[in-house]
Every structure is written in structure tokens, then in C-alpha cells.
Design a protein around this ligand. Structure first.
Ligand SMILES: Nc1nc2c(ncn2[C@@H]2O[C@H](COP(=O)(O)OP(=O)(O)O)[C@@H](O)[C@H]2O)c(=O)[nH]1
Ligand SMILES: [Mg+2]
Length: 488
């Protein structure tokens, strides 16, 4: 029986056991088991969360900057019709709300409700960008209002929330201790340790890192790599990737007017324009001899940022691109969005069943712990423990988390191999084995057999530490399954 089916069984048993005690969270957990994976986008105010969400969807749905609705947790999910549901805080049932679009962003009419009175907003929006992932926009954590900060924490803390996300994308501009605290709040309550397997950090607004210089993304990549190898960070997230979210969002929604305006700027003599490209203020204040009005330049600036404008002008002048479609493609590829999307696929989407099953079991576990008076609680907890311990994908995830947390002492190269085979850089066989994507089945089997031998020798070596032996056994099982599958 698949993990998802096993979890469904547990949820159904829990529904019976908790009848009259609690049903809402279990009903939700059941319906989510068949839906897309839920990924929360978290981080401080103005980290660029809503902008990145829009880039990932490919549409400007989430309102950016300020506004009442940016203070409310908002779910964006795919569906057949356009619909907005507002869930009030007082537990009363959700109401359908009117909305309009302001420059693309969905502005919800809260119908007299204060943002503090709203638990969350559910936006259903037919979009291919949401087919595999439901995206959850969260309010920032260091907001002036404490209420919002608490909301974001509660939302990410599975102990206090019966609808946590399956995975989280954490946006940060720099490492701050408050960033690390928030990440720690999103921990795995079954082991009471932060769990890096379902979290990825994004070094956001990456274009601003080099003060708008054309090599900003290269600097951002170096910084992200350094952050990612930091021990504290490794304990919390799988990787850190740089993304220029604004550039990605704008590229995905580029208009012909914007392309023409940039073309006009690119066609004016570089020496006239150069002084104005030094700062945002200068760019907006540029003199009458430069093309476009101040207002138009301000509009471009808010959509591209200074880096985006400079990059676009360079691409146009060097004839690297010659149409709005080409410019959009080039900007998307330079924004880091594609790397992030690939990562989301390999780390989250390809593992969706395991992550969803895990969330479902954790939801039941939480309920049982809260209600020890319910007779079936103890039995359910045992069942959950048995599934968690017996299911190989869970063992892979917890071993991966242990390696990432620095709990397992071994040579760096062994740890790197361990992580790879456990699926840290993707769960496809070639990714786990670290071989070329085009490797034929015989080659896959040969590589798996070779690596299996190595791990078996390591596990049998009397000098190998106990922790490493335990982890090796998980890796051995992964490789054995791989070999049976390819030769079956
Ligand atoms: N230069 C630059 N500005 C960005 C980027 N992402 C967001 N912004 C700007 O930062 C402000 C806050 O962005 P928003 O997405 O609302 O942040 P949130 O509070 O985390 O949701 C907006 O004015 C965005 O235009 C980025 O990648 N680069
Ligand atoms: Mg926002």
C-alpha cells in the first residue's frame, strides 16, 4: 500500500475516533492528501515574497508592497473557476468575497472585516502555474504590528496550526538571527528539531546585492553558496539559491509598451544616459533631453529595478535580444527563477506524496497528543509510529535531516555521497547515483551495484561509527530498491 493510502487510512480511522471532538482539521487533511503540495512563502516584510509568488505563477496575482490584504495569509490554488473565499478568525464559515484586479493584483473586498479578523484568504485561480503547487503567501514577520508577526509564526509552526504547509520557501535578504528563529519555528515536531528536508532558502532581491551592477547575480550566487554551507543554515534548509524576483515577475508579464520604452532608451546615445543609470533617484529625475517622461521612467523603475533596466539596455544594445519575447526569455533565465523552479520540482514536487503523507500523519499525531482522553489516541499514535518507522521514504528524509543537521560524523565526501543517494539533489535514479542523465538502465544498475558494495563495506567496517552505520543501512536499502527496480 502506498504511503498516501496508508496515511488516508489513518485519517479515516482518526475521523471515526474523533467524531464529535474534532473534525474540521481531519476533513481538511483528507482533502489535501489528493490535492497539490502546499508550499508556503515566508520571510520578513518586503523580502519580496509576493513578487516571487507572482513570478512562480507567471501572473501578477498577489498584491505587493502595502495594502490590507498583504497582512493576511493567502492561499493561491488552481481550480476551474475564479473564486475568493475569506475565512474569518472567529471560526464562522468562510464567505465568498468580491474582488477586483489592480494592475493585475487581486484586491479582495473584505466587506467590512478588519484584516485582524481574517484567518486566511483562499484564492482559486485557474492557472497552470498552480497545478502542481498550491502557493501560500504569508505576511512578513518583522512587521510593526505584533499581531501580524504572531500570525506568521503560528502559521509556520505545526504545533499551533492544523493546516501547516508541506514545504516552505524562506526568503531572506541577509542572514539575520530573526531569520534563523523563524526557520527554527518551522520544525518537525516528531523529532522536535528543525527539519531541513522540506525547506529551501531564497536569497531574494538578488539584483540589489551588487547595487544594480551587471554582475549582481554572480555576486549573489557566491553569497548564496556561502550561506548554504554555513552550519546553522544547513540545519534549517536544503539549499540557498539567489533569485531576482522582481526581474522574473516583470519578465513573465512584460508588455509591448515596456519593451518599446526600453528600446527607445537603448537607442539614445549611451554617454547621455549613463549618468542617469547610476541611481534610482537620478534615473527618475533625468532631464528633458532623455527619452520618456519622468512618470514613464518611474513606471519602468518600479517594474524592472535599476539592475533590470541596465541589464535590458545592455542586452538590447548588444543585439542579444531583438523582441519583447526574446527579452522576456533572457531576463527570466538571468533572474534565477528557472533554477528555483527546477529545485522546487526535484526537492518538493517529485517528493509530493511523501511530504503530503508526512503532513497528514503529523496532523493526526498532533490531535492524538492534544486529546489523550480519546480512547483510540494511543493506538493511533502507535500506528503512526509504525508507518513512520517502516516507510523507507520517511527514513530517507529523517536520515537526510540528520546529515544536514551535522549529527552524523563522517568524511565530507562520504556525507556528500550519502546526501546525494538519499535524494538531496533530486530523486531520479541518475541524480541519486550522480551519473549522467542519459545513462542507460544497464549503466544505472552497474553504478548502483558499485555504490552498494562501497556502502556495505563501510557499514561492516568495525571502525565505522554507529550513526554512520545506521545511515549506511538506509542508503543500502535505497540502492537495493533501485537495483531491483531496474532489473525487474
Ligand atoms: N529590486 C528588487 N525589488 C524587489 C524585488 N522583489 C520585490 N521587490 C520590491 O520590494 C517591495 C516589496 O515586495 P513584496 O513582494 O511586496 O514583498 P513582501 O512584503 O515580502 O511580500 C516591492 O516594492 C517590490 O517591487 C527584487 O527581486 N528586486
Ligand atoms: Mg507580501
Amino acid at each position: 500500500m502506498s504511503l498516501v493510502d496508508q496515511s488516508r487510512d489513518v485519517l479515516l480511522q482518526a475521523q471515526m475516533a474523533f467524531e464529535g471532538v474534532e473534525s474540521g482539521s481531519l476533513d481538511q487533511a483528507l482533502s489535501r492528501l489528493d490535492g497539490p503540495l502546499r508550499v508556503a512563502i515566508a520571510g520578513k516584510v518586503k523580502a519580496g515574497k509576493s513578487t516571487l509568488l507572482n513570478a512562480l505563477v507567471g501572473e501578477r496575482l498577489a498584491p505587493t508592497d502595502t495594502g490590507e490584504c498583504t497582512k493576511i495569509v493567502t492561499w493561491y490554488q488552481d481550480g476551474h473557476t475564479y473564486q475568493v473565499l475569506v475565512h474569518p478568525n472567529d471560526g464562522s464559515s468562510a464567505v465568498q468575497a468580491r474582488f477586483h484586479r489592480d494592475e493585475g493584483a487581486i484586491e479582495v473586498d473584505l466587506n467590512g472585516l478588519d484584516s485582524d479578523d481574517v484567518e486566511r484568504i483562499d484564492v482559486t485561480w485557474p492557472s497552470s502555474g498552480l497545478r502542481k503547487l498550491t502557493l501560500i503567501d504569508t505576511p512578513g514577520v518583522d512587521s510593526l504590528s505584533d499581531g501580524i508577526a504572531t500570525k506568521a509564526f503560528e502559521f509556520l509552526d505545526p504545533e499551533d496550526n492544523d493546516t501547516p504547509a508541506d514545504a516552505v520557501l524562506y526568503l531572506m535578504k541577509h542572514i539575520h538571527s530573526s531569520d534563523l528563529r523563524l526557520l527554527e519555528a518551522f520544525h518537525d515536531d516528531s523529532v522536535s528539531q528543525p527539519n531541513p528536508v522540506n525547506a529551501v532558502a531564497v536569497l531574494s532581491r538578488a539584483d540589489e546585492i551588487g547595487a544594480g551592477r551587471l554582475d549582481s547575480m554572480a555576486s549573489a550566487r557566491r553569497i548564496a553558496k556561502r550561506y548554504g554551507s554555513d552550519g546553522r543554515m544547513k540545519r534549517l534548509v536544503q539549499v540557498v539559491v539567489p533569485v531576482a524576483g522582481l526581474l522574473a515577475e516583470t519578465a513573465e508579464t512584460l508588455t509591448e509598451w515596456e519593451f518599446k520604452a526600453l528600446r527607445q532608451l537603448a537607442d539614445s546615445p549611451p554617454k547621455d544616459l549613463e549618468p542617469y543609470l547610476l541611481s534610482a533617484d537620478r534615473f527618475v529625475e533625468a532631464r528633458p533631453e532623455t527619452p520618456l517622461t519622468s512618470l514613464e521612467r518611474e513606471q519602468l523603475l518600479s517594474r524592472f529595478g535599476l539592475f533590470g533596466i541596465r541589464l535590458s539596455l545592455a542586452l538590447l544594445r548588444r543585439n542579444v535580444v531583438d523582441s519583447s519575447v526574446e527579452l522576456a526569455d533572457e531576463l527570466v533565465s538571468r533572474s534565477g527563477l528557472i533554477e528555483l523552479q527546477t529545485l522546487l520540482t526535484t526537492l518538493f514536487v517529485d517528493r509530493a506524496d511523501v511530504l503530503k503523507a508526512r503532513s497528514a500523519l503529523l496532523a493526526v499525531e498532533r490531535l492524538c497528543n492534544e486529546h489523550p482522553e480519546v480512547p483510540a489516541s494511543a493506538e493511533l499514535l502507535l500506528t503512526i509510529e509504525r508507518i513512520m518507522a517502516g516507510a523507507h521514504p520517511f527514513n530517507e528524509l529523517s536520515t537526510l535531516a540528520a546529515v544536514r543537521s551535522g549529527w552524523i560524523k563522517a568524511k565530507d565526501s562520504d556525507l556528500a555521497d550519502l546526501e546525494r543517494v538519499l535524494g538531496a539533489s533530486g530523486t531520479a535514479r541518475w541524480q541519486r547515483l550522480g551519473v549522467d542523465e542519459a545513462t542507460p538502465p544497464e549503466g544505472i544498475t552497474a553504478a548502483a551495484i558499485e555504490q552498494l558494495g562501497r556502502w556495505q563495506r563501510l557499514a561492516e567496517n568495525p571502525f565505522t561509527t554507529h550513526d554512520l552505520v545506521t545511515s549506511s543501512r538506509v542508503v543500502i536499502r535505497t540502492l537495493e530498491e533501485m537495483i531491483t527496480q531496474t532489473t525487474a
